[in-house]
Structures are given as structure tokens and as C-alpha cells.
Design a protein around this ligand. Structure first.
Ligand code: HEM
Length: 508
């Protein structure tokens, strides 16, 4: 008995000794982290001293909730060319919004800023948007033919069909007094379009009641990813995955991936059908998904399943959420400027009559409508910012410089509201884009610039034009003064309270 009591005491001593050791190790680790944080912050404060900033918290950085764009407007007025935003106490980024600064950054080949873009990877994987270096170059070269003129031309008909499905639905709602939240409808419509154009999908997701789960998942992923980028505690994967937000993200990713996997499976099954392969062989250029399915890399191997899925996830997201944001904000801008809306309508009416046969050739003959679309893209850029991580030091035209490793964010929203280049920046004035108007080559960049510009730019502009033209032929757009949208920064520009408009059917 006395022997076992002695053994137990020894064991307890042993356990408490181990606990003490573990406690000591944790303490040392914490101390190490604190010293590391302190030294890193001191270094950052020193190297970034030429870039001004408003006061921020030493650990949490600038806490702006959903006011980030409003802060950007204030900074653009207060600090010429560039300023500093602290995402957390040890993660600053230099915001640039001067065309000469942008020209320098977009002319270099710095990689995407891993500090924030890595948080998008669980959702869209390493496709064209997130890839860097040689692999990015190979994929860009492989996918560029999917946006060739010959491919884009017949898409105009598909775009028009999708818009008309949405407008038919809106006609059935005609007569209701309350305004309509248009973003949800438009994102289903743009999803329908990209599914048909890029993924050869048959049938309409607008008429399928389950499709909303993908657009809802996109909305959740946009919010969750954006919060994660700005939360000091969510930087570690282990902590984030255990948090409630981490679990929500996991669920939303699953929903989004189920959708894209279904699309890949369906196309593979179609290609097994007789005749389908023959049709493809005759084509000079393949549609997006077919390029991926038939891809042979330089070493002769085919694209891995993971790479293929990443590209499909990337294009499914980029190809519909950005255009949905663009079209929704253009509609809002036209609703609040009825004189410009009417001028566009008259232009479209004289060009298209009833709009039944809109084609590629029409799209270059709506100059006033195009000016209005561009002015709306200036005021409400669908992608508010893009970020890079400097791989070598940089010196800007005014002599200020930054060392390697710093995150630089091109604030497209800031650039487009910079009063030095856009007088009265908040005013909607399509004449800024008149043919004879003069402006800096880098003052208007909704699709970014340089080698990493938007691959879907032409596709997007066509879709915006088709949507605006066909909608104005059938509806008058009116604002809802009780629900004025509030722009909110996300990966893609959103409104805090949705975009509500009244729609009035035009009698023929
Ligand atoms: C109004 C609509 C659109 C806007 C404003 C827009 C804007 C942009 C911007 C600013 C970038 C640069 C992102 C960065 O550097 O981080 C980008 C890249 C990209 N966009 Fe778009 N986009 C639009 C529509 C589309 C569409 C319709 C597609 C596909 C069909 C698309 C596919 C992509 C892809 C794959 C990239 C990455 C390109 C690369 O890095 O090589 N976008 N877009």
C-alpha cells in the first residue's frame, strides 16, 4: 500500500514537472512572438515613415467596420498620391491612387500579395487570379484564345437570351408597389450567362430554383474572406478553422465546389456523346472549359484535376460576380440620372428597334450608352482594389521609396475618386468619357492594367452593353429614396443594404 502511494506521488510530481515545462515553453513562445511583433512593427514604422496615415490601434490596425471606402475617400483628399492602411498592427499596406504611381506598380511583375490573396485560395484555388510566375504565364497563354473575337461574337446572342429571361421575370412582377432588390436577380442572370458561354451548360440556371445556393455561397465567401483579411486573430489557419467563421467558410466552399464539380462532370458526360467530339474538332477556337479539358501542357501531360478545378472555380466567380456588380451599379446610376437614362434609351431604340436581334456589330454603335457605362464603372468600380507584394524595392516618381516585401494596394476606388484627376469626383458626368476628352493613361482602370489585367474585359464590356440596352428598351429605372445603396468594399464592390430600384414597364 505504502509502495503504491509513493508511486502515485512520484507520478504526480512527474506530471506537474511536465506541465511546468509545457507552461514554460508556451511562455517562451509567447515572449518570442511579442518580441518578433515588436521588432517587425518598429522596422515597418521606420521604412514606411514617408507614407502618412491616420491614427490606428497598435494591435488591430485601422478598425473601419464597413466604412473602408468612406475612409479611402477621406485619405485621397488628405494625402496626395498614397497613404498607409494598417490591416493589423503588423500588417500595413501602402494604398496608391495616383496614376503615375499606378503606372510604376502595374508595369512591374511583383506577385499577388500572399498576405491577403492566400485567404481566397480555399475557395477558388490557384487558378489564373492567384497564380504567379511561370505557371501563371502558361495558364494565361493557354486560356487567352477563349476570349478571341471569334469566340466572343456568338456569345452576344446567349447574353441577350439570359437578360431577356430576367426581364420576363421582372415583367411578371410589374404592378407591385415595393422596390426590387436587383443584385440577386442580376447575379443569377450573369451566372446563367457565364455557365452557358464558358462552360457549355445547357438549360437556364435562372429557371432552376436550386441555383440560388451558388450565388448565396459566393455572397458568404465574399464576406467571410474579406473579414478574415482584416482580423488579426484569423491569420493562423488553425485558429481560423476552429472558429465559427472558419466553419461557415468551410460549408460555403463545399457548396461552391459541388456546383463547379457538377458543371465539369456534365461537360465530360456530354463529350462522351456521339457527335459532340466531332463538333469540337471542327472548331478553330474552343470554349473555355473545353480548352481546359483538352489541355496538354508543354511536357505533354494533361492539366491536373486540381488545376482544372481551380480554373473553373476562378472563372465561375470572376465571370459572374464582377459583371453582376457592374450591371447593378450602372442601373442604379441611370435610375438616379433620368436625363442620361432617357438619352441612352433613345440611342438604343434608334439602333435596335425592339431589340430582338442585338448582335456583336451593334455593340460598337452605342457611344452615349458606352460613356454612361464607363462613368458608372468609374464611380462604382466592381473590383475596388488589387494588391501586390514587392519583390524588389521601388522608387516612385516623387522620390519616395519602399523596400522589398511591402504590400502595395492599387486602390481603383481611390484612383477613380481622386479629385486631382476627376474634378467633382462624386458627380455622375458621362461627358468625361466623350471621344475628344483628355486624361492620364492610368486614371481609369476598372479592369486593372499591365500583364495581370482582366482577361475577361471584352467579354464583360459586351455583357454590360447587352444588359443595359435590352433593359432600357423594356423598363424605366427609378430609385427608391427610402433605400439608398451604400457602397461597401468586398473582393467585389457590394452595397451594404442591397440595390433597390423601382421598375416601370415601358408601353410599346
Ligand atoms: C465588369 C466586370 C469585370 C471587372 C471590373 C473585372 C476586373 C478585374 C480586375 C481589376 C482584375 C485584376 C485583379 C488583380 O490584379 O488582382 C481582373 C482579373 C481577372 N479577371 Fe476580371 N473583371 C471583370 C469581369 C471578368 C470576367 C467576365 C471574367 C471571366 C469571364 C474575368 C476573369 C478575370 C480573371 C481570370 C482575372 C485574373 C487575370 C490574370 O491575373 O491573368 N473578369 N479582373
Amino acid at each position: 500500500m505504502s509502495f503504491s502511494v509513493l508511486g502515485l506521488t512520484r507520478n504526480l510530481h512527474g506530471i506537474s514537472g511536465i506541465l511546468q515545462l509545457v507552461f514554460l515553453l508556451i511562455l517562451l513562445l509567447l515572449l518570442f512572438k511579442v518580441v518578433q511583433f515588436y521588432l517587425c512593427r518598429q522596422w515597418l514604422l521606420k521604412v514606411l515613415q514617408e507614407f502618412p496615415s491616420t491614427p490606428s490601434h497598435w494591435l488591430f490596425g485601422h478598425r473601419m467596420k464597413d466604412q473602408e471606402l468612406q475612409y479611402v475617400l477621406m485619405w485621397v483628399k488628405k494625402f496626395p498620391s498614397a497613404c498607409l492602411q494598417w490591416l493589423s498592427g503588423s500588417q500595413p499596406r501602402v494604398l496608391v491612387y495616383d496614376p503615375d504611381y499606378l503606372k510604376v506598380i502595374l508595369g512591374r511583375s511583383d506577385p499577388k500579395a500572399s498576405g491577403i490573396y492566400r485567404f481566397i485560395a480555399p475557395w477558388i484555388g490557384y487558378g489564373l487570379l492567384l497564380l504567379n510566375g511561370k505557371k501563371w504565364y502558361q495558364h494565361r497563354r493557354m486560356l487567352t484564345p477563349a476570349f478571341h473575337y471569334d469566340i466572343l461574337k456568338p456569345y452576344v446572342r446567349i447574353m441577350a437570351d439570359s437578360v431577356n429571361v430576367m426581364l420576363d421575370k421582372w415583367e411578371q412582377l410589374d404592378g407591385q408597389d415595393s422596390s426590387l432588390e436587383i443584385f440577386q436577380h442580376i447575379s443569377l442572370m450573369t451566372l446563367d450567362t457565364i455557365m452557358k458561354c464558358a462552360f457549355s451548360h445547357q438549360g437556364s440556371v435562372q429557371l432552376d430554383k436550386n441555383s440560388r445556393s451558388y450565388t448565396k455561397a459566393t455572397e458568404d465567401l465574399n464576406n467571410l474572406t474579406f473579414y478574415r483579411m482584416r482580423n488579426a486573430f484569423y491569420q493562423s489557419n488553425t485558429i481560423y478553422n476552429l472558429s465559427p467563421d472558419g466553419r461557415l467558410l468551410h460549408h460555403a466552399c463545399q457548396l461552391a465546389h459541388e456546383h463547379t464539380e457538377r458543371v465539369i462532370k456534365q461537360r465530360k458526360a456530354q463529350l462522351q456523346e456521339e457527335g459532340e467530339l466531332e463538333k469540337i474538332k471542327k472548331k478553330r477556337h474552343l470554349d473555355f472549359l473545353d480548352i481546359l479539358l483538352f489541355a496538354r501542357l508543354e511536357n505533354g501531360s494533361s492539366l491536373s484535376d486540381e488545376d482544372l478545378r481551380a480554373e473553373v472555380d476562378t472563372f465561375m466567380f470572376e465571370g459572374h460576380d464582377t459583371t453582376a456588380s457592374g450591371i447593378s451599379w450602372i442601373f442604379y446610376a441611370l435610375a438616379t440620372h433620368s436625363e442620361h437614362q432617357q438619352k441612352c434609351r433613345e440611342e438604343v431604340q434608334s439602333l435596335l428597334g425592339d431589340g430582338a436581334s442585338i448582335t456583336w456589330d451593334h455593340l460598337n454603335h452605342m457611344p452615349y450608352t458606352t460613356m454612361c457605362i464607363k462613368e458608372a464603372l468609374r464611380l462604382y468600380p466592381p473590383v475596388p482594389s488589387v494588391s501586390r507584394e514587392l519583390n524588389t524595392p521601388v522608387t516612385f516618381p516623387d522620390g519616395r521609396s519602399l523596400p522589398k516585401g511591402i504590400m502595395v494596394t492599387v486602390s481603383i476606388y481611390g484612383l477613380h475618386h481622386n479629385p486631382r484627376f476627376w474634378p467633382n469626383p462624386q458627380e455622375f458626368d458621362p461627358c468625361r468619357f466623350a471621344l475628344d476628352s483628355d486624361r492620364h493613361s492610368h486614371a481609369f482602370l476598372p479592369f486593372s492594367g499591365g500583364a495581370r489585367n482582366c482577361i475577361g474585359k471584352q467579354f464583360a464590356m459586351n455583357e454590360l452593353k447587352v444588359a443595359v440596352a435590352l433593359t432600357l428598351l423594356r423598363f424605366e429605372l427609378l430609385p427608391d429614396p427610402t433605400r439608398i445603396p451604400v457602397p461597401m468594399a468586398r473582393l467585389v464592390l457590394k452595397s451594404k443594404n442591397g440595390i433597390h430600384l423601382h421598375l416601370k414597364k415601358i408601353s410599346k
